[in-house]
Ligand binder design. Structure first.
Ligand code: SF4
Length: 318
């Protein structure tokens, strides 16, 4: 029986960002230079496929440093960043720490510190419990930084005076964050912060591409992990654009084929921590059931590159 036709609109940019490439490279280079084991605090990036692949090469993932024995082996901090107490503990234990925090997250840490030094209370816009938020809150003493997640949270803030500043998580919804920042500026006209917010180029670009494609297709697939903030924001962006069927999936085996049997057009994107091989796996799975034609829809060119963490750069060059 002839396969039904399906047009696939492939969002670009999609998938790995410069911070994720750097973090994965850091673990692989550390394994190549120092051999296994290499300890990694938390998932190096939020993707189970990536984490499992690194485990097979000798990476040992831990939740906290107390799971790391006294060792000469490297201990790598994830792209999401860590509270200040973590490198301090590593140093006190004389562990060989390698910080793979994305430079764009580090930039937010430095902004928060600068505001604090200038006597401002810092409001962090972000999602409670996300490792990046835990890391940014942990740059400042307790009680000097407050998390807000919604416009309603802004209405409940009890500050007075102008000594306020804001920073944001890097992987938020551009639209939601604009509303929250506007609410902050309206309640606290003297609040200082970045020009718009701290959402990174990769998050912004992937959301823009999804907004272009989602209104044009019968269904949209976001390749990524459920615990990946930027992947969840891509799913939400597609839903808001009115796409009738949106699914966030890690692998082709997660697809519920019944839902897709009548579609004639499909948008595909991938979160910043999802490798391209998983996008190809999803497209191959559709090619087995449909006569597919694939078109690229590009809304931005990306050429951002971050060098390896300092501790690995010289060794890698040798
Ligand atoms: S999503 Fe943005 S902030 Fe996060 S690792 Fe990638 S470039 Fe860095």
């Amino acid at each position: 029986m002839a396969k039904p036709p399906l047009t696939i609109l492939l969002c670009a940019p999609r998938g790995f960002c410069a911070g994720v490439v750097r973090a994965i490279d850091a673990v692989e280079k550390a394994l190549a230079i120092y051999g296994a084991p290499v300890y990694v605090r938390h998932e190096i990036v939020h993707n189970r496929y990536v984490v499992e692949g690194l485990k097979q090469k000798g990476a040992v993932f831990v939740r906290e440093l107390d799971e790391v024995p006294d060792t000469d082996a490297p201990v790598i901090f994830s792209a999401h960043g860590v509270p200040k107490a973590v490198p301090e503990t590593a140093s006190a234990r004389r562990l060989f720490a390698i910080d793979a925090t994305c430079p764009l997250v580090t930039k937010v840490h430095r902004e928060a510190e600068l505001h604090h030094r200038r006597g401002r209370h810092v409001v962090l816009v972000g999602h409670s419990g996300h490792p990046e938020v835990v890391g940014t809150m942990g740059q400042l003493p307790a009680g000097t930084i407050t998390l807000v997640e919604t416009v309603e949270d802004v209405a409940r803030l009890l500050f007075q005076g102008d000594e306020l500043a804001f920073v944001t998580q890097t992987t938020l919804s551009v639209d939601d964050t604009r509303e929250i920042v506007e609410a902050l500026q309206s309640r606290f006209p003297g609040i200082v912060g970045p020009h718009k917010e701290d959402i990174c180029y990769a998050t912004t670009n992937r959301q823009s591409a999804v907004k272009r494609v989602a209104p044009l297709v019968d269904a949209m697939i976001v390749v990524g992990s459920a615990n990946s903030s930027n992947s969840q924001r891509l799913r939400e962006a597609a839903e808001r654009e009115g796409c009738p069927l949106v699914r966030l999936v890690l692998r082709a085996e997660d697809l519920e084929w019944d839902l897709f049997k009548d579609i004639r057009s499909l948008g595909v994107t991938a979160g910043a921590s999802a490798p391209e091989v998983l996008v190809e796996e999803i497209i191959d799975a559709f090619a087995q059931r449909f006569e597919i034609s694939v078109e690229n829809v590009s809304t931005a060119d990306e050429s951002v590159f971050f060098p390896l963490p300092r501790q690995l750069r010289d060794q890698a060059a040798e």
